[in-house]
Ligand binder design. Structure first.
Ligand code: LLP
Length: 432
C-alpha cells in the first residue's frame, strides 16, 4: 500500500512507522520532524552483510556510507551490527569517533582532503584512506612519515562505466572530479608510485559508479574492469592488490513504479562475476567492500510536516504549504526527486487529489513535489513524506534561518530523540 515496507495504518486510521503512530510523534516532538525506523536500518544492514557472507564466502565488509545520514546514534546502530563506515569529511569522522565507532572499520574518502583531515584520520586510526589523487598521496606520505605510522590506502579509480542515473550523481566516468582515470594511464602510474612508497601500504582499489542505480549490469561491468586492472598490476608489477571496494549506489523505491533489484540479487551476481574473473585472470579473490548509503537510510526514514495554508488556483494547481521545505528537504529543488506523500491522520482515505506540496522558504522552487497524489489535506493535517531517510537531514541547511528539525528514532513501539531540534539560539550560535 505504501512505498516503504515499514509503514502501516493503525486502528485510529493514522499512519504508523515501525508500528509507532506518526500523528502522535508529530504531537510529541513537533514538526517538521525526521523519523528513522531503527529496525528497518538493522534489517537492511543484515540483508547486505548476510548476503555478503552467503555469496562471497564471508570475505567482505559492508561500510555504511554515512554521507546519506550521519549522527552519533546512527553510528552506534551501525557499530552494533558489526558493520563498517564510509566517512567523507572530518565532520563525519568526528561523529563516528565521538560515538565510539571502531575506527579501524572506517574508510576515509574525499576528493580534496585537507592536511587537517588526513592527520585526524591517522590520529584516530581509520582502517584505510581512499586516496583520490596524486597530490593527496604525496601529502599523506609526508604526514604519515611525520606521525610515524603506515596507513593502509586504497586508490579511487574511475572505471569508465556509465551508470544510468542523474548526471549530478554519476561518478564513474572519465569526466568526473573523483579519482584516477584508467583510460589515460593515470591510475597505473599512481599505482607504480604507491607500491614503492615507504609510508603507505597500498591495500586496495575502490570505485563508485553513481547513486540510485536500478540495474545490476553496470556494477558487474565495473567489477570486471577493476579486476582486469588488479591483474595488470599483478602481471606487470608483481604486486598483489588485496582489497576491492565496489562503492555504493543501489537504487531504492521512492515511488510505486520504481523496481530496483533486491540487494541479495546484486550481491549474488556481483560475487559470482568477481569469483569467475579472479579464476579466469589467475588472481587471488580480493576482500570485497561495499558502501551502501541511500539503500540503508532512505527507506527507514520519513519526514513529518504540519499543513498550513491550502491555496487552490482554479485550472492551475492546488498548493498545500507545509512548515518545512527545501531547507530540510533539498532533493526536489536539486534533482527533481520525487517522493510519495500521505496525509498521516487520513491514511486510510484514498488519495483523490493531485497537489503541489510547497515549503515555507522564500523561493518559488521550494517544493516538496508537484503533481503528488494526496488525500484531501487541510490546515492542521500532518503530511508524511516517505523514504526521506537519506540525503535529506544530511543535506539540510538553515536557509531563511530556519531551525533544523529534530531526528527521532523509533524502535519496537518506542521513540527517542537522536538529534535535538535546533533552537533560535542555535541559529545565532556563531554570530558575533
Ligand atoms: N561511496 C561513495 C564513494 C560515494 O560517493 C557514495 C555516494 C556512496 C558510497 C553511497 O552511495 P549510495 O549508496 O547512497 O547511493 N546527494 C545525492 C546522492 C549523492 C551520492 C554521493 N555519493 C542524492 O540526494 O541523491
Amino acid at each position: 500500500m505504501f512505498v516503504s515496507e515499514n509503514l502501516g495504518v493503525n486502528s485510529a486510521g493514522n499512519l504508523t512507522i515501525g508500528g509507532v503512530d506518526t500523528v502522535e510523534l508529530a504531537k510529541e516532538y513537533g514538526t517538521p520532524l525526521y523519523v528513522m525506523d531503527e529496525q528497518l536500518i538493522r534489517k537492511t544492514l543484515r540483508r547486505f552483510h548476510d548476503s555478503m557472507k552467503k555469496y562471497y564466502d564471508g570475505k567482505g565488509e559492508v561500510h555504511y556510507a554515512s554521507k546519506a545520514f550521519s549522527c552519533m546514534e546512527m553510528c552506534r546502530v551501525v557499530a552494533s551490527e558489526g558493520d563498517g563506515l564510509d566517512a567523507v569529511s572530518i565532520g563525519e569522522l568526528y561523529t563516528a569517533y565521538k560515538a565510539g565507532f571502531p575506527m579501524d572499520k572506517v574508510g576515509f574518502h574525499g576528493n580534496n582532503k585537507t592536511d587537517e583531515e588526513l592527520s585526524f584520520a591517522l590520529k584516530v586510526g581509520v582502517g584505510h584512506i581512499i586516496v583520490d589523487n596524486i597530490s593527496e598521496l604525496h601529502r599523506l606520505e609526508a604526514i604519515a612519515a611525520e606521525m610515524n605510522v603506515k596507513p593502509d590506502i586504497m586508490f579511487r579509480i574511475k572505471p569508465g562505466i556509465d551508470a544510468h542515473t542523474h548526471d549530478f550523481v554519476k561518478t564513474g566516468q572519465i569526466d568526473s572530479k573523483f579519482g584516477f582515470a584508467l583510460e589515460t594511464g593515470e591510475a597505473f602510474e599512481a599505482v607504480k608510485e604507491a607500491v614503492n612508497c615507504k609510508n603507505v601500504n597500498l591495500s586496495g582499489l575502490h570505485c563508485h559508479i553513481g547513486s540510485q542505480i536500478f540495474d545490476i549490469a553496470p556494477f558487474e561491468e565495473a567489477a570486471k574492469v577493476m579486476l582486469g586492472f588488479i591483474a595488470k598490476i599483478k602481471n606487470e608489477l608483481g604486486f598483489e592488490i588485496k582489497g576491492l571496494n565496489l562503492g555504493g549506489g543501489f537504487g531504492i523505491k521512492y515511488l510505486e513504479e520504481h523496481d530496483p533489484a533486491p540487494f541479495e540479487v546484486y550481491l549474488e551476481r556481483v560475487s559470482s562475476v568477481v569469483k569467475a574473473e579472479c579464476a579466469r585472470l589467475n588472481i587471488e579473490l580480493p576482500k570485497m567492500f561495499i558502501e551502501p548509503g541511500r539503500s540503508i537510510a532512505a527507506p527507514a526514514g520519513i519526514t513529518l510536516y504540519t499543513v498550513g495554508a491550502r491555496k487552490e488556483i482554479p485550472n492551475i494547481r492546488t498548493y498545500i504549504s507545509v512548515d518545512g521545505g527545501m531547507a530540510d528537504s533539498p532533493r526536489y529543488i536539486l534533482y527533481g526527486s520525487e517522493y510519495e506523500a500521505i496525509v498521516a491522520n487520513k491514511a486510510n482515505d484514498d488519495r483523490t487529489e493531485k497537489v503541489t506540496i510547497a515549503g515555507k522558504c522564500c523561493e518559488s522552487g521550494d517544493l516538496i513535489g508537484e503533481n503528488m497524489p494526496l488525500q484531501h489535506a487541510e490546515s492542521g493535517d500532518i503530511i508524511a513524506v516517505c523514504a526521506t531517510g537519506a540525503y535529506n537531514y544530511s543535506m539540510s541547511s538553515n536557509y531563511n534561518r530556519l531551525q533544523k528539525p529534530a531526528v527521532v528514532f523509533v524502535n519496537e513501539g518506542k521513540s527517542r530523540i537522536a538529534v535535538k531540534r535546533e533552537t533560535l539560539d542555535d541559529i545565532i550560535r556563531n554570530d558575533i
